[in-house]
Design a protein around this ligand. Sequence first.
Ligand code: B12
Length: 212
Amino acid sequence: MADILQEMASNLYNGEEEKVAELVQQALDQGMAAGEILSGGLIAGMDEVGRDFKAGDLFVPEVLIAARAMHAGMHILRPLLAESDASTAGKHVIGTVKGDLHDIGKNLVKMMLEGAGFETIDLGTDVEPAAFVAAVREHQPHLLGMSALLTTTMVNMKATIEALEEAGLRDSVKVMIGGAPVTAAFAEQVGADAYAPDAASAVDTARELVAR
Ligand code: B12
C-alpha cells in the first residue's frame, strides 16, 4: 500500500476529518485513481475501526468521529467515482432497512455503483418497507439494494420483499442485499435475487443481475 494511503487510513482511524480530506486531495493530485484511494485508504481505515470496535478497544463516539472523517473523504471522491463511467448501466434504488441507522457500507455500495455507471436513488437509513415499495413504483429501477448491519433488522429485508410481492412489483425489480450479518444463505431464504459481501463485488453482481 502506498504511504499516503496508509497515512489516510490511520488519520481516518483517529477521526482527523480535515487531514483525511487533505490526503485524499493530495493522492488525487498525484494521479492516484479514485477507486484505489477508496479501497486502499478509506475502506482500509474503516475496516480497522470496525475490528477494534468489535474488540472493545474503540467506543461509539470514536467510531462516529471516524465515520465523519470517512464521509469527508467520500465527499471528494463521490463525483469522481460517478464520472469514471459516463454510460448508464442501469437504475438502482438503495437504502438501509427499517430500524437500522448504519449507512457507511450502504454509501460505499452506492458510490461504487455510481462509479460503475449506475444511476442511483438513495433512500437513506431506517427505510420502511412501504417507502421501498413507493420508490420502486415511482422510479422503476432495475435493481433494489438493501443494507442491514444488525441481526435485529435483517428481518426487515424479508418484510420489504413481502411488501413488494403484495404490491405486485416483485417481478419488476431484482433485489440485492448485503451488510455484515447478511449471507448468501439468508438471501436465498428471504427470496432476494442476490447477495454481495462487499462494495466491489456488489458492482459485479449488479451487472449480472441487470444482464439476466
Ligand atoms: C460504524 C458503526 C456504528 C455507527 C454507524 C455510523 C454510520 N453512519 O453508519 C454507530 C455508532 C451509529 C453505530 C450504532 C449502533 N451499532 Co454499530 N457498528 C458500527 C461498526 C463499527 C462498523 C460498521 C461499518 O460501517 N463498517 C464498515 C463498512 C464499510 O462495512 P459494512 O457496513 O459491513 O459494509 C460492507 C459490506 O457489508 C457490504 N454491504 C453493506 N451494505 C450493503 C448493501 C448491499 C445491497 C450490498 C450488495 C452490500 C452491502 O458492502 C460494504 C462495503 O464493502 C460495526 C462493526 C463491524 N465490524 O461491522 C458496528 C455494529 C454493526 N454495530 C452494532 C451495534 C450493536 C450497534 C448499536 C445497537 C449500538 C448501541 N448499543 O447503540 C447501534 C445501532 C443503531 C441503529 N439503530 O442502527 C453491532 C451489531 C451486532 C449485531 N449482531 O447486530 C456491530 C457488529 C458491532 C459489534 N460487534 O457489536 N454503529
